[in-house]
Every structure is written in C-alpha cells, then in structure tokens.
Design a protein around this ligand. Structure first.
Ligand SMILES: [Mn+2]
Length: 170
C-alpha cells in the first residue's frame, strides 16, 4: 500500500492544497501527519482529500499545535488524532508504524535498532530523512511541507511492501 507521510505544514495553505492534489492523483491508501499543523482551520485545506484517504488519516500533535481542543474538534472530523496526542503506534498493511513529532535522535536510533517497528516516522527538524537501517527498518522524516526553513517543501510516500520511501517536492 501507499502511505503518505507529511509534517510541519504550519498553515501553509498553498502547499497543503498541492500535497492533497498529489495524494489524490497518486491514490494514496493512508496518510500520517507528524505534527505542527498549527491552526485548527487547516481542516478546510485537507477537506479535498479523497474520502478513502480521509478514512485513513492519522495524526500526532507537534510542539506548535497549541489548541488541542479545537484541533481535535475541527480537524478531528477528518483526521484521527491519537489518544495521548503525541505517539501513534499502528499497523498498516501488516507493518508496524511508530510516529511522533519530535523524538530525540538517540530515541529514533533505539526504536529503529529494536526492530519492533518497521517504520519510524517523525517531523520537527524540517529536514528530510530517508534512511534504511541494516535490520530493514525505515526511518522517515518527510521534511517540511511548509518550506519555510529550508525553502524546499516536501512530503513522503512510502511503499509498505517494498519498504521504500519517495520524497515528493511541492
Ligand atoms: Mn515545525
């Protein structure tokens, strides 16, 4: 299956709309947002996702997501925000996924080398990581969808069977 991973959208309307259009065209099966949506109004820009994607849209909060109550009320209509808000542990297509906005690098390495998850997803640094560990675990940071820090707006599409990720530039 095709699992899209996006992070650090930071209210960037144009880039969210571009990403939504690519995800629809590419017929993504599921979507994980690694946090820093920011305003709860981002819901309106994700609303254009195909219904089948919205049914499989999951997210964790980032450090810049202040209004958890309204984010859950508004964006929560189309995105399943995890119970504790910060860590998603879920199986997609027989593969175990761990997602969190800002795990520290030693934590990412411990999670990857443990082999307990097939994919470790994170955001926060606004820098792309697409790294396959020796044990086959794939560590992905899709970079920043907003493009504010690096000037490059990106998200990722994972092929869960091939255990590879493609970085898409917006
Ligand atoms: Mn951020």
């Amino acid at each position: 299956m095709k699992l899209a991973v996006i992070s650090d959208t930071h209210d960037s309307r144009d880039n969210i709309l571009k990403a939504v259009s690519i995800m629809n065209e590419r017929k993504i099966d599921a979507l994980v947002h690694c946090g820093d949506y920011c305003s709860p109004f981002v819901k309106r820009w994700f609303d254009g996702l195909n219904e089948s994607i919205k049914e499989n849209f999951y997210g964790v909060y980032g450090n810049n997501d202040g209004d958890h109550v309204f984010l859950r009320k508004n964006l929560g209509q189309i995105c399943e925000l995890v119970e504790n808000g910060y860590e998603l542990v879920k199986e997609f297509d027989g593969k175990e996924i761990y997602a969190s906005h800002m795990p520290k690098q030693p934590s990412i390495e411990a999670l990857a080398t443990s082999g307990k998850f097939d994919f470790i997803l994170s955001g926060h640094t606004h820098a792309v990581v697409n790294k396959k560990y020796d044990n086959g675990v794939l560590v992905i940071n899709p970079g920043e969808a907003c493009g504010y820090l690096s000037g490059k707006a990106t998200f990722a599409i994972i092929n869960t069977q091939k255990m590879t990720a493609e970085i898409i530039e917006l």
